[in-house]
Structure formats: C-alpha cells, structure tokens
Design a protein around this ligand. Structure first.
Ligand code: ADP
Ligand code: MG
Length: 583
C-alpha cells in the first residue's frame, strides 16, 4: 500500500515532468520531433510499452498513425476505418477508454500480439475530435485513472502541436499556391497565340494542382458543345472524345451553372459520361471550374487527380483564379488573332487595289488604240451588197469594238471613283494603330519597333486608308528585309519649308530598318518597274502602289540604302491647310 505522502511526491514529480515537456515543446518547431517527445513522455510516465498518435485523414477518411513510439515499422502503417478498433471507438465517441484485458473486448483490433492493456484518450482540434493518443502495455491492468488524466494532459499538448502543424502547412501550402499562381499568370500573359496560351494554361494548372490531367474546353458558336482545345497529361482515350454536350455532361453543368464542381470519383459517378475513359486513363477525382469573361461563361477548366482527393476551398479558389486569368489571356490572344486577320485583309486589299490599278492602266492603254481602230473602221465605210456574208462580219466588228469601249469606260469609271478623297489625317495616330496591328508579327520575327513620334507633326490632307496602306507596305518590306530580327524605327517630324512660313509646312515620316539593304540599281528600279521583287513570294507591286498613292497625296519619297547596312525611307507629306476637324 502506498503512503499518501509518497503518493503526493510522485504526483508532484509527474506534474513537474509534464511541465518540462510543455516547455520543450514550445521550443521546438518540428512537429514530428514534438510528437515524438510527447509519446516518449507518455511511455515513460505511464510505464507503457508503446504509444501512438492517431489522426483522422480528412481526404481518405481513414484513421492513420501520425507518430509512434516503440511500434514496429509495419504496425505504424496501420490504417483503421472510422469507428474501427479501440482508437476508432474513442474517436467516434470522444471519450477515453481504458482496458485492462484487451482480448476480452470485442472492439479491440490486435496490432501487437504481446499487448495486454490499452489506454486511449481523444483530443480536439478547434472544437472537433480529430485524433487519439494511445498507450499499451504487455501487463494486464497496467493503467490507472491517474495515467488516464496524465495522458489527457499530454493529448492537449499533442493537439496543440498538431494544430500548429496544420496551420503551418496550410500557410506553406497557400504561399506555394500563390507563388505558383503568379508564375501561371506570368506564363499565360507572356505568350501570344491562342494555341500557345491554351497549352500553357493546361500545363501550369496541372502542375499547380498536382493533377494527372488538365483539360481546357471552349464552348462552340452554337453553344451546344464544349470542344477540347488543349490538355496536359491526356492519353489517347481521353483525346479520342474531343466534344462534350453542354446540356448533358458534368462539365456542361459547370458551364450552365457557372459554378465549380467536384466529383470525388468519376469512375463511380452515375453522372460521369465516360467511365471507361476515366478507368483507362486512371482518373479519379475531378474539379471543374468555369472560364468566365465579362460575366459570360466561355468554357471550362478541369483537373483530374490520379488518386482520390477532396479539393479544399483553397484549391477551388486557386483553380478559379487560374481560370479568371486564363479567360483574360484567351480573350487577349483572340484579339491578337483578329488583328492578324486584319493584316491579312490589308494584304488582300493590297492585291485587289493592285489589280484595280493594273486594270485601269491597261484600260487606259487600250482605249487610245481602240479609238484609232474605231475611227479607221468608220472611215473605211464598209458596205456590202445584200446577202453578202461579209456585211454581217463587218457589223459584228463594229459592235464588238463598241462593246470593248464600254468595258474600258466602265473600268476607268471605277478607277476614278476610287480616287483619293482628301480629309485631315493624323499621321501619328495611324502609325500607332499600325504598331498595334503589326506587334505580333514583329515580335515573332524578333524585331524591335521603336516609335519616335513628334506630337507637333502637322496633320496631312489625304485618305487615311491609303496612307495606312503605304505605311503597312513599308513596314512589311522592312520586316521582310530583317529575317534574323533587328530594329525598325518609325519617326515623324514637323518641317518648315522656308523661314517665312507660319508653322510647319510638311510632315516627314521616316522608316529606318537594320535589314539587308539594297544596291543602287535595285533602288532605281523600285518605284518604276512593277514586279521587281527580289523575294520568292513577293509581287514587286508594293512599292509601285506606294508610289502611286504618294503621288495622289502630292508626297515625295527618298531612299537611302546600302547592302548589308539597312534602309531608310523618307516620306514628305504636305501639311493640311483646310482647317477642317479630323474625321
Ligand atoms: P515585294 O515586297 O513584293 O518584293 P515591293 O515593291 O514591296 O515588292 O518591294 C520591291 C523590292 O524592293 C523588294 O523585293 C526588295 O528587294 C526591295 N525592298 C523594298 N523595301 C526594302 C527594304 N526596306 N530593305 C531592303 N530591300 C527592300
Ligand atoms: Mg512589299
């Protein structure tokens, strides 16, 4: 029988040790180390054989051993279903359990055959039972009520350590996610073509979410289908089905409801359409978020994991942020592609206007000889007797010449109606538009565009579309002259023809490139000989048109160029004197 005084001493000693444990605990940051310390103390203070801390894994729903002391390694791998074993019971009921003879209790699950007694106490993290601390012994009836109280105190410490660890990990996870998000947004906004953008989005989202597969779908024009536009990690089975119906698929419902959706296991979901594909590709959990642009859903971004995973609110927010950045990047890329389309259009209109110019020139060249022919024909005064077939032939000749004349007139009419209409033009604004238009192409060709636009440059008088065409032609020529990249400088300056003039009389525009340059002979042919292209795909008509358009604007052009040194083209436009406002 123990004497009360000795008992008191012992109790005091234990409490002192407990106090020391908590002191040490607060000085260590490593959670494993802290839990080990708690368990060592639990073993020592209760004279147990082994001890362990068991936590409920919220993702898998299993009870897992977080830290153990004295347990063989394979026992530390033990996983219990909720409610299973002594630990499961304690976790479920939130009450301690002390068994002096474990084999007599039906709830007991054997981990070590030598175990005779077990003591388990629950602990709470943020008001919820989240774990159990266990000790066991090879002796029967090894644990007292006092041991139970001690273990409960240690459990409080363990809970504190675990809560801190979780907070710490959450913070670390958050920091990592936000860091990754920043790099995603950088990656996504630094590429230009739509295809590249979509590729980068899926790759980065997959990496960020630790997914097995990431897919980006955009809704088609009919808004009935979600078309797969890019994916990362997808195998042939997934790629074989590039379309999903908006009305009848899970991702379609993400689009329709404009809300994120998660599916714990697509292989066992009655709503998932392609269970076979999911099995084949090893897809388990799915998170899908809508891609929204200006309140309108344009598609979906989805991530699949290879193992069961419950996406946290944090992760859903992160993927939604990626989707938001992506939607903007997609719109931006679409805009660029539309601009590229405009460039194509301009090129086509260059061809068309060339054809128009050629037609007019040919018409002009034909009209004079035709007039001569008609005159001579009439002066021949061909008359044949009734019934002579030559009479009919002569009549057809006359009619055909009249028809040709009408065609020529019509062409010349058309050419005249296309003549330059003069209105005030702000050259700087046209150049800025041009810069926007050609940005993609320039960047692709590694050409730096330097704009040096003087705000005091006077307004011109002319046809903005035609001047734009001149500028575009010169830009494209410069680009083509710099196949390995370089610098294109476009400069505008006001000029005063003579001192007497009030204000600038002219606007000077120079295009300077660092390209291949031209020989003297090449320069001489340039504006005068159409079809003098030196490029495989060139028409040699660009500058011929430029010359005509400049002529129509009473503008002059000068070239300074040396082979291998680059080219300077200088345009000189008379300033607008009309005083009309710019349209
Ligand atoms: P194209 O561009 O279709 O060849 P252009 O009339 O625009 O026809 O140009 C005619 C030729 O003038 C080009 O093929 C090229 O040899 C030369 N050229 C025009 N601009 C430049 C430039 N900036 N640098 C070097 N060569 C040029
Ligand atoms: Mg050209």
């Amino acid at each position: 029988m123990r004497r009360p005084a000795a008992d008191g001493m012992q109790r005091y000693e234990r409490l002192r040790q407990l106090y020391r444990v908590s002191q040490v605990l607060h000085s260590t940051l490593d959670p494993q180390e802290a839990l080990q310390l708690i368990l060592r103390e639990a073993v020592r203070l209760t004279r147990a054989g082994t001890a362990s801390v068991v936590l409920l894994n919220p993702t898998t729903g299993f009870l897992e051993i977080e830290a153990a002391s004295g347990l063989p390694a394979e026992a530390a791998q033990l996983r219990l279903r909720p409610g299973e074993g002594i630990t499961g019971w304690v976790m479920r009921h939130g009450r301690p359990l002390r068994l002096g003879r474990v084999w007599e209790d039906p709830r007991y699950v054997m981990v070590r055959p030598e175990t005779r007694s077990e003591l388990a106490v629950p602990f709470e993290v943020r008001g919820e039972v989240r774990g159990v601390i266990n000790v066991d012994s090879d002796r029967e009836e090894a644990f007292t009520e006092e041991d139970e109280a001690l273990l409960a105190e240690l459990a409080v410490e363990a809970a504190r350590v675990i809560q801190n660890t979780w907070l710490c990990e959450q913070l670390r996870h958050k920091a990592a996610l936000f860091e990754a998000l920043t790099s995603v947004s950088q990656a996504v906004t630094s590429v230009l073509t739509l295809e590249e953008v979509l590729q980068v989005i899926t790759r980065e989202a997959c990496r960020l979410m630790g997914g097995r597969l990431c897919a980006l779908r955009l809704v088609d024009d009919t808004r009935e289908w979600l078309d797969l536009k890019a994916s990362h990690g997808a195998g042939p089975a997934y790629l074989a089905n590039p379309r999903l119906g908006v009305s009848d698929s899970l991702l379609g419902s993400v689009l329709r409801r404009r809300k994120p959706l998660q599916v714990a296991d697509v292989q066992n979901s009655p709503h998932y359409q392609r269970v076979d594909v999911a099995q084949c590709e090893g897809l388990v959990s799915l998170l899908g978020v809508p891609l929204m642009y200006r309140e309108e859903p344009m598609g979906t971004l989805s991530v699949y994991t290879a193992e069961a995973h419950r996406f946290s609110d944090e992760e859903i927010r992160i993927l939604s942020s990626v989707a938001a950045i992506s939607a903007i990047a997609i719109e931006k890329a679409r805009l660029y592609e539309r601009l590229l389309g405009v460039e194509d259009q301009l090129r086509r209109s260059e061809r068309l206007s060339v054809l128009g110019l050629l037609a007019a020139e040919i018409a002009h060249e034909i009209r004079n000889p035709l007039a001569v022919m008609k005159m001579l024909y009439h002066s021949l005064d061909l008359r044949f007797p009734e019934g002579d077939p030559r009479g009919r032939d002569a009549q057809i000749m006359g009619e055909t010449m009249d028809r040709l004349n009408r065609i020529i007139d019509r062409i010349l009419d058309m050419a005249r109606s296309a003549e330059t209409e003069h209105a005030p033009v702000q050259i700087n604004r046209l150049i800025e538009d041009l810069a926007l238009l050609s940005r993609v192409k320039l960047r692709q060709q590694r050409i730096d565009l330097v704009l040096d636009l003087d705000p005091d440059v006077p307004r011109l008088s002319g046809d903005a579309a035609q001047i734009e065409q001149v500028l575009l032609n010169l830009t494209l020529n410069a680009v083509e002259a710099m196949p390995d990249g370089g610098t294109l400088t476009v400069r505008t300056r006001p000029l005063r023809e003579n001192r007497a003039a009030q204000g600038p009389t002219h606007a000077a525009v120079t295009f300077r490139d660092t390209g291949v340059g031209m020989t003297r002979e090449q320069q001489e042919r340039l504006f005068h000989v159409p079809f003098s292209s030196t490029k495989p795909g060139g028409t040699g008509l660009g500058l011929a048109i430029v010359a005509r358009l400049l002529e129509a604007h009473a503008a002059k052009v000068r070239i300074v160029s040396r082979p291998g040194r680059g080219t300077i083209l200088r345009l000189l436009f008379p300033a607008d004197r009309s005083g009309e406002p710019v349209p």
